[in-house]
Design a protein around this ligand. Structure first.
Ligand SMILES: C[S@@+](CC[C@H](N)C(=O)[O-])C[C@H]1O[C@@H](n2cnc3c(N)ncnc32)[C@H](O)[C@@H]1O
Length: 377
């Protein structure tokens, strides 16, 4: 992302417009902190970098190396867990997924805005749209979907085709997209104003008038970010960047004449699956990423709010390890217990050790001095 010049230039132009020598700036989900450094370079008084991953340490070193030590302050954690020293004038984020809502970062953006943005403050970007259009894309459809129906090496892979026809796919190879064209003008099926948006459940429908006849293989989708009066679109007519347009496949593909109508309903509950219903006067189909992987029945049963389950062996081992992680035992001692008590689950002592190390990293906290004294006693 550090090398996505188009994206970074759009961000920097917006940062320069918003930041003054009085500004306090939040780089939300800073990653390697490029936007924080842009804000510092634009003269911000104070810049907070918030990032849950360890990359924050590297970002801090980079910021120091670039001479911003006195301006940029790192905070490791999710924004929901962090207490900043003061409210901010500007929030910079890259919390829009390829399909706007995907990655489920928007709820954290709205939280950051409500908790930390001063009244009248600036959001960068300040909004985004999800755009879609029916596409004829013979080569990529063959590469991602119908290849599974072609009996590779004489074997029937139609089962996989069932998954592929419900899985959205991206194509980064421009040559494969060369024969692709849109059958209708793109429509913004969603528009979010980041100053006021609250919901990240999404359900909308739009109609297309076909202007170029052809076979509709997929609904093509991309986003457009808003930076005040400027915008940055990531679609098929724009140079490739950090975000990749997605294709929502149809099976069978739908031949369309000029002047015909096609309707698409697209939805996704937050943290959920995408579903697309596509219909014309003669045909209708519904696809969902929920059907894009095996074990659907057991997934449905396990996730249902009405299901009552007990723990499997892994779950019991997790519970046991969490119980032992009380500042009295070393990770090694916990791994010994886990290996002994869950022999069938962990083939080697090393795998039990890795299991405990992962738990420690995710759920462990430094022992308080009182706990440490008790453990030593
Ligand atoms: C798409 S990356 C953007 C990274 C960086 N800003 C850039 O432009 O290259 C989103 C970042 O947000 C971080 N993140 C995810 N959830 C977060 C949260 N709740 N609070 C703060 N950061 C979060 C991720 O770890 C990730 O580094």
């Amino acid at each position: 992302m550090a090398f996505d010049a188009i994206r970074n230039e759009a961000y920097e132009a917006a940062i320069r417009r918003a930041v003054t020598s009085d500004s306090v700036v939040l780089d939300l989900g800073s990653g390697l902190g490029m936007h924080a450094m842009m804000a510092a370079r634009a003269g911000a008084r104070r810049v907070f970098m918030v990032e849950p991953e360890n990359v924050i340490h590297c970002a801090h070193e980079v910021a120091r190396g670039n001479g911003f030590e006195s301006v940029i302050e790192p905070f490791q954690g999710k924004i929901e867990q962090i207490t900043l020293p003061e409210k901010v004038d500007v929030i910079i984020s890259v919390f829009t997924g390829n399909m706007l809502y995907s990655e489920d970062l928007l709820p954290s953006l709205y939280y950051a805005r409500d908790r930390w943005l001063k009244p009248g403050g600036t959001m960068i970007p300040n909004g985004a749209e999800l755009l879609i259009a029916p596409i004829c894309a013979t080569q990529v459809y063959e590469r991602h979907v119908s290849c599974w129906l072609s009996r590779p090496h004489g074997f029937d892979y139609s089962t996989v085709a069932r998954f592929a026809t419900n899985d959205m796919f991206a194509e980064r190879d421009d040559t494969a997209m060369k024969d692709a064209f849109l059958l209708a003008d793109a429509k913004a099926i969603a528009t979010e104003d980041f100053y006021v948006a609250r919901e990240s459940d999404f359900d909308a429908r739009t109609d297309f008038a076909i202007h170029t006849p052809g076979v509709c293989h997929a609904i093509h989708s991309w986003i457009r970010l808003q930076f005040g009066g400027d915008s940055l679109a990531t679609g098929p007519l724009h140079p490739p960047m950090h975000w990749t347009p997605q294709n929502l496949p149809l099976e069978p593909p739908i031949p369309l004449n000029e002047g015909s109508a096609l309707s698409c309903r697209l939805r996704r509950p937050s943290f959920g699956d995408w579903t697309w219903d596509v219909s014309t006067a003669h045909t209708a189909q519904k696809r969902s990423t929920f059907l894009a992987s095996p074990h659907v029945t057991s997934r449905i049963a396990a996730r249902s709010e009405r299901t009552r389950l007990s723990l499997n062996a892994r779950g019991r081992a997790l519970l046991r390890a969490l119980d032992l992680m009380n500042a009295s035992h070393t990770n090694g001692a916990i791994a010994d217990v886990i290996f002994r008590e869950f022999e069938a689950e962990f083939v080697t002592r090393a795998s039990a050790g890795r299991f405990v190390a992962n738990i420690a990293e995710t759920y462990g906290a430094e022992a308080s001095s009182k706990e440490a004294q008790l453990a030593d006693a």
